[in-house]
Design a protein around this ligand. Sequence first.
Ligand code: SF4
Length: 346
Amino acid sequence: MITRSPATLQRVIPTQASTDTPGWQAQLSGAVRDPHVLLDRLKLDPNWLPGAERGHALFEVRVPEAYLARIRPGDPADPLLRQVLPLNAETDSVRGFVSDPLEEAEHSPHPGLIHKYPGRVLLIASPTCAINCRYCFRRHFPYSENSPSRAQWDEVLNYLRVDPSIQEAILSGGDPLASSDKRLAWLVERLDEIPHLKRLRIHTRLPVVIPDRIDDALLGWLNATRLQKVVVLHINHANEIDDAVVDACARLRSTGATLLNQSVLLRGVNDDVETLATLSERLFEAGVLPYYLHVLDPVTGAAHFDVPDDEAIALVDALREQLAGFLMPRLVREVPGENSKTPLGG
Ligand code: SF4
């Protein structure tokens, strides 16, 4: 085993944003939130604007600068743009597409807590995201009813404390890392105190969309917890992984966290074998294991991203011909009421 000196580690894993880059909080609050500005900045045809405004009225546009910089200007088919550009198609009412496709409201015993699967619970640690993904299954989620006060967090923590079958706490949102380190450190310290908890899982897109989020303060509370750490990233296309994202992944791994990725199979973004193969290769180069490839959850406003099951299964069969087994994500669907994700195909 090669042991690196601290000086070498410092070079490989920078821990601070450069001084001329705004901090992550400023990047978060400075995200583009106006469809007109988005089209203008990306030199897109203004004819897209009326549709973009209609989609924006349903689910606000939000794109941080660090993500915007990875989108090719003037290309309406750019796979990163398609994930963030509101479209008129979002106003379509399509049979089978609903506001709460996973029926999460039925599994929420307390505000901020979702308990769907045995052994693990999901905590809504932040009501906001750094980016608004147009296909998000929580685009209609009632975050205002799920932003616990300290007293409500105490109720949530007590729910975990009295149920020894719960071994894993999953921080979700929104994006949990959109919350401050002070709040997250407080919450994780409380989780640390629950003896039967073994794992802390964090579902986040922030290391991808604002890589500077993975700073010393965040590494501090992650390093301090006794819980085993799993960070599940959400990356759909290899173009999302630039050098800054690779560095952010290295910083996360330096805490001992296992890094996994889940993608959503999206029409016009990653619905071809070459794109999915390149994504798996690039993830592994960044030290992230491909984990799940989700078929789209049928949420109102996202039907234009849908890839039918037979096509999804054929794609994954073809992908399996190209990739080593450890690079293969599992094709799954989340079915309300089931105890785990439902695999599709072989
Ligand atoms: S970051 Fe995740 S939770 Fe937030 S909008 Fe995108 S898919 Fe939804």
